[in-house]
Ligand binder design. Structure first.
Ligand code: GDP
Ligand code: FO1
Ligand code: CA
Length: 313
């Protein structure tokens, strides 16, 4: 079975591990979000691509969900001794190596897709990991506080400001002019099913879908999504603040309606949202437990998504 998944960071990566467990023979292409990417200390950092690569490659910090296992922070401490920041974004020594390799290759002229492939030669994630685009797209958040109304990078809003300042609006800067990375549209066209893992509907899946050409290619396929919202709240992270910023209620049903029946064929919701089961304006909704507590439980969620897609094909 050829599967394409559009993934953000932690929610996407954990789901993908379950998908591999549910169907070890599946041919999986992951289209990863690069809207979270940021340049710091002269280095290009791609948090969502790295979270998928480290999680599936066995190098992730499991408790945290991002960054490397068995990490040390000598470089961070040395930078701090020089008073060279920013200090609000924590990069460990092992993780720094990834960003150095990536930046060196980008500066030598390789596109991000080729760089990601090279990094995956080490990590062997068992999926084909493609950035959504080789062009630079950055998610910015418009906020308003004592310093006035301004746009900040998504990481600054989330990590430095802890999303404590409400997001007035969210923009994927550069998306309009971005092209899907080589292989993205081809993989979607060749897919038997497209799965939307329980990734952030605004700043992960929404950003990927904002790259011209990707949404229409996905909409032409059988698409099943897994709700990241359970009982009116995200399981973790800031999806509620992001949904509010784009005028969508934080509920499993509202997220499905936001994606739309032109995109989604099937939608898995948690048993807490079982009242939605049935037909939601043309989207087939099934309820089952959606907490990704371990690989087995996550595998069963992924299996349910594959089964629903097979029924709807
Ligand atoms: P990020 O880039 O690290 O924020 O990760 P993603 O965008 O891929 O996923 C974030 C989303 O994952 C959040 O909105 C969470 O609600 C969702 N999520 C995390 N854990 C679970 C879980 O166990 N079950 C479900 N259904 N969603 C989850
Ligand atoms: N998240 C944090 O909350 N604080 C950090 O200092 C931080 C550093 C970081 C470094 C590398 C990386 O790949 C991810 C990192 N994250 C950090 C996670 C990341 O900012 C976000 O959770 C995702 O981008 C949200 O989608
Ligand atoms: Ca992310």
């Amino acid at each position: 079975m050829r599967i394409v998944a559009l993934a953000g960071g932690i929610g996407g990566a954990r789901f993908l591990r379950g998908l591999q467990h549910a169907d070890p023979k599946a041919d999986i292409t992951v289209v990863g979000n690069t809207g979270d990417d940021i340049s710091l200390f002269g280095l290009r950092i791609c948090p969502d691509l790295d979270t998928v690569m480290y999680t599936l490659g066995g190098g992730i910090n499991e408790e945290q969900g991002w960054g490397r296992a068995e990490e040390t922070f000598t470089l961070r401490d040395e930078l701090a001794a020089y008073e060279v920041g920013p200090s609000w974004f924590t990069l460990g020594d092992r993780d720094f190596a990834t960003h150095i390799v990536r930046t060196q290759m980008l500066e030598a002229g390789y596109p991000l897709s080729a760089v990601t492939e090279a990094l995956c030669d080490r990590w062997r994630p068992g999926v084909r990991l493609l950035p959504m685009s080789d062009d630079r797209v950055e998610t910015h958040v418009v906020i308003e506080d004592d310093e006035g109304r301004r746009a900040v990078h998504f990481q600054e809003w989330w990590v430095r400001l802890h999303a404590a300042v409400p997001a007035r609006s969210i923009a994927a800067v550069g998306a309009e002019d971005a092209k899907p990375a080589p292989g993205v549209l081809e993989a979607i066209e060749a897919a038997d099913v497209v799965i939307l893992p329980p990734s952030n509907p605004v700043v992960s899946v929404g950003t990927i879908l904002s790259v011209p050409g990707i949404r229409s290619a996905v909409a032409a396929k059988t698409v099943v999504g897994v709700s990241p919202i359970i009982g009116g709240a995200p399981v973790r992270g800031m999806a509620d603040a992001c949904l509010t910023a784009i005028g969508v209620r934080t509920s499993a049903g509202a997220v499905a309606e936001h994606y739309g029946a032109d995109l989604l064929d099937g939608w898995l919701v948690d048993t807490a949202d079982a009242a939605l089961a049935g037909d939601l304006g043309g989207i087939t909704v099934r309820a089952r437990p959606l907490l990704m507590t371990d690989v087995e439980a996550t595998g069963e969620i992924a299996r349910a998504a594959i089964d629903l897609a097979s029924e709807l094909r």
